[in-house]
Design a protein around this ligand. Structure first.
Ligand code: ATP
Length: 235
């Protein structure tokens, strides 16, 4: 459904992405592995329209999407859940979730159904719905960030480092939920440092180094690859 073809991205004279070609198929969960500074966030920001490629093209179901504004991409079903969550901490959990539904604000019934689905995935958010989002634990705030993204009704959900800074038990729950979201039909592009847990729920993965994709493979190939294990799994 998503295809990048030889995409370059520059910050001034610094080339942060070079000739990046990748795909995410309908219903796929694709993981992007890479060290700090490798270019994962740049790639996500480019797909979601926050940065413009200096070369190459990005298509969604065959239609060019590079050059669209972020709001146009959300309308097309491409939704970015950013690293560091970027919640509105003084606003309540409900208000943060409602912001995700902004484009669908005239569809009250649809939003109610969608909110129920989000609260079924993250039941704790129902109890916390009137609390300021900033008062929640890190894991709960990540749930709000994913919930807000789901309220935008993504067909492709991009999650940038959702497990960053979370306790191990919470990390496992987070990956279970991401897998459930994918199994319910949403394509997922997941950037993660937590390579083993991410690969366990993935169909395929890419490795990015210095702004270029250097490896690609399906789950089994990546889990069995010695270079991947050494660099990203540590075993
Ligand atoms: P992290 O997980 O630490 O965020 P990352 O893989 O997401 O790492 P990016 O944030 O995409 O990496 O950064 C890729 C490269 O681009 C790095 O060398 C970084 O220093 C550089 N970079 C990122 N943002 C900017 C910017 N606004 N201006 C100039 N260079 C930038």
């Amino acid at each position: 459904m998503l295809q990048l073809d030889r995409v370059d991205v520059c910050y001034g004279s610094f080339k942060a992405l070079t000739q990046v070609s990748m795909t995410v198929g309908a219903g796929e969960l694709v993981v992007l592995l890479g060290a700090n500074g490798a270019g994962k966030t740049t790639l996500f920001n480019t797909i979601s329209g926050l940065l413009k490629p200096t070369a190459g093209s990005i298509t969604l179901e065959g239609k060019r999407i590079d050059g669209l504004k972020p709001s146009g991409l959300v309308a097309a079903g491409v939704v970015h859940c950013p690293e560091g969550r970027k919640l509105f901490p003084q606003m309540s959990v409900s208000q943060n979730l409602a912001l995700g539904a902004y484009l669908h604000r005239r569809d009250g019934e649809g939003n109610k159904r969608n909110l129920k689905e989000v609260l079924d995935l993250f039941p704790i958010l129902h109890d916390k719905r009137n609390q300021p989002a900033g008062s929640l634990s890190g894991g709960q705030q990540q749930m709000v960030a994913i919930g807000r993204a789901l309220m935008s009704r993504p067909r492709l959900l991009m999650l940038d480092e959702p497990s960053l800074g979370l306790a191990p038990l919470v990390v496992n729950q987070m990956f279970e939920v991401i897998s459930r979201i994918n199994k319910s039909g949403t394509s997922v592009l997941l950037a993660e440092q937590n390579a083993f847990a991410a690969l366990k729920i993935a169909h395929r993965a890419y490795v990015i180094e210095g702004g270029s994709l250097v490896m690609e493979g399906d789950q089994q190939a990546m889990l069995g690859n010695e270079a991947v294990r050494k660099a990203y799994i540590g075993a």
